[in-house]
Design a protein around this ligand. Structure first.
Ligand SMILES: Cc1cc2nc3c(=O)[nH]c(=O)nc-3n(C[C@H](O)[C@H](O)[C@H](O)COP(=O)(O)OP(=O)(O)OC[C@H]3O[C@@H](n4cnc5c(N)ncnc54)[C@H](O)[C@@H]3O)c2cc1C
Ligand code: FES
Length: 364
């Protein structure tokens, strides 16, 4: 108990010190122009005092930042060749030994103090900012809505199914007056003039509350696409999708896109929900299954209601997968849903000899 109290006190002390250092530096160190060099190109002039994440955004470079710069997602990694200072305690949990050695840092934690030289992979330099308009919203379950965004000015977004975007959420207490939240694209990748999102309302959640209150024709800015999942086009390799709740968003994009471009691909969707009312999109998936014999939809309810009259699979979705799936050659799996579901699905996939390199996931 004493050890626990000491650890808590020590952590609190470190955090108070960090806040004091950041606050003091804001007032004591005047801003000055410095050089930001990216991939050995011509330097860009930026101001000191901001984070590297903010400086990149102001330079129209939109690297992933799913937690909005809080240092809790670990997505905003960049390689610093020179000028980033020492790694902060807040970064340690997200960087492995090799990354630390190579100079990888969390851009949201790096404060610009002097000239800085960094490397960013090309695919992140291709990420763009889009302005869109709310075309429609649909209530899917008690707490999940579908939002259809039409991209403005004839612009189009090119992405691979399974990828996500980051929505710019107005928030007066955040630097610049906004923050970003990540949302998977739920529409077909071949419909590049719009994106569909499924958003679950989180009580007191900044981003989800704003999105749930959007009105028709309202403007929504977002950056994207992000995420590195890509499906194996070999015909022999099954694609196993295991998801639950709002994790169905990327699954819908994958199913709509792959049935369009590769109708012979064998796809197995294991769709976990509590009760029948949570199986949103199920009618659409079952209609697709009638037209695409290689698409297999397997819904399962963990807590069916008496009124559901449910004759299908029951229990946890990973157990249903284990009981029903017979392996193919080099199958790929994509998982999306709450952390506990992802962890148990991972164990089930390993029991079925899926290689870790062939398992992809988004946890939220
Ligand atoms: C790659 C990626 C893709 C994502 N795709 C989607 C998507 O398609 N649809 C979607 O709805 N969300 C998705 N998310 C989650 C989304 O980015 C936000 O984290 C979520 O909407 C909560 O943001 P918020 O601003 O409303 O809540 P915050 O203001 O960030 O959080 C408010 C409080 O709620 C807690 N909280 C945050 N998330 C949850 C949760 N899931 N359950 C319970 N408590 C929580 C926080 O700890 C905090 O205490 C995705 C996340 C990632 C990383
Ligand atoms: S850790 Fe989430 S944006 Fe940096």
């Amino acid at each position: 108990m004493e050890l626990l109290i000491s650890i808590l006190l020590f952590t609190a002390l470190i955090q108070i010190l960090l806040v004091m250092i950041f606050t003091a530096s804001k007032f004591l160190i005047p801003t000055k122009p410095v050089e930001l060099i990216i991939n050995n190109k011509e330097p860009v002039i930026i101001e000191t005092g901001q984070t590297l994440l903010g400086a990149l955004y102001n330079t129209d470079i939109f690297i992933p930042s799913a937690c909005g710069g809080k240092g809790t997602c670990g997505y905003c990694k960049v390689k610093i060749n020179d000028g980033g200072g020492s790694i902060l305690p807040t970064e340690l949990d997200f960087l492995d030994r090799i990354e630390k050695k190579e100079g990888i840092r969390l851009a949201c934690q790096v404060k610009i103090l002097n000239n800085i030289d960094i490397s960013i992979p090309q695919h992140l330099l291709d990420v763009k900012e889009f302005i869109s308009t709310v075309e429609s919203t649909v209530q899917l379950t008690d707490d999940i809505i579908e939002i259809n965004l039409a991209i403005s000015q004839g612009n189009q977004i090119e992405y691979n199914c399974g990828q996500y975007i980051q929505v710019k959420i107005p928030h007066k207490d955040s630097p610049g007056g906004y923050l970003f939240r990540a949302y998977s694209i739920a529409s077909s990748q071949f419909d590049s003039s719009k994106v569909t999102l499924n958003v679950k309302l989180i009580p007191d959640g900044i981003g989800s509350t704003w999105l749930h209150n959007l009105e028709h024709s309202q403007k929504v800015s977002f950056t994207g696409p992000y995420g590195d999942w890509n499906w194996n086009r070999s015909i022999d390799s099954d694609l196993v999708l295991i998801g639950g709740g709002v994790g169905m968003a990327p699954m819908r994009s994958i199913i709509l896109s792959i049935t369009q471009i590769d109708p012979n691909k064998k796809i197995f969707l294991y769709f976990g929900a509590r009760a029948k009312k949570d199986l949103f999109y199920i009618d659409q998936f079952l209609t697709l299954q009638e037209n695409f014999p290689n698409l297999h939809i397997i819904p399962a309810l963990s807590e069916p209601l008496n009124t559901d009259n449910w004759n299908g699979e029951t229990g946890f979705i990973s157990t249903v997968f284990e009981n029903r799936y017979t392996s193919s050659n080099h199958p790929q799996a994509f998982l999306c849903g709450p952390p506990l579901m992802i962890e148990s699905a991972f164990i089930s996939l390993e029991k079925k000899s899926f290689l870790p390199d062939n398992i992809f996931y988004d946890k939220f």
